[in-house]
Design a protein around this ligand. Sequence first.
Ligand SMILES: [Ca+2]
Length: 277
Amino acid sequence: MVALLATALRTGLAWALAALVSCTLALTPRAGVWVNSLGMELVEVPVAGGRPLRMACVETQERHLAPFRRSLGQSAPASARPAARVSWMEARAFCDWLTQRERQAGVIGPGQRYRLPTDHEWSCAVGLGDLEKAGDLPEAKSGRIAGCFPWGETWPPPAGAGNLCGRESRRDFPESFISDYRDGMPCGRLAARASAPNALGLFDLSGSLWEWCEDRYREGTDWRVLRGGSWKSSRPQTLLSSHRTHDPEGYRSDSVGFRCVLVEEFPWDAERETLNF
Ligand SMILES: [Ca+2]
């Protein structure tokens, strides 16, 4: 609360004051879950200034990726574990494959497609949609809304905040674990729904795996936006809802994954036509 007021005074922006309201909204899941052909559950997310979309409730799991990877001749586990070590390029290729598969099966219409969320859409999912300018570059918005985390305003994180670098990780990360938080997960273990759901019914926006977004972090680079922190995250600044980090499109890490959105056609096609997966 104090940090948010300080931000409002420093920046003069109404957004930070609005965050006081947004962060205190009751975190009550609602009905309206849609399940696709892979068993992925998606819920509607209102997009400030844009059309609503459906977003996966959880990070993409190994069992979701398995049929795609096997179609490419790759061996692939099929567990319900959130899928780490997925590059931005592979995540997009998976979305294209799933779009084609479900269009052919009549699961989705010809005007619908899966893709990664944009940086702004991810902000809408985490409750910042009205607090940021959609057209500003991700780098300019990173960390600008103080004191607002996916779970609320409190630090240390409350129970149910997610799979973070808590006390269970003190032996592996003795310099950087959150001493007064436990998530009940041994260091390095991943499981879906490690956090409580937010108001939209979305899990694990905080921690577990960093989540790729469509956008470039900075123009002129191949750095793509990552949101939400991971099981390795312990710093308050890193876990802010407004924090962004970035990595190259081909980067793979044990702390990076993604979640899908399902949208009506959206003008990313021109760029997609130039990419060779
Ligand atoms: Ca996450």
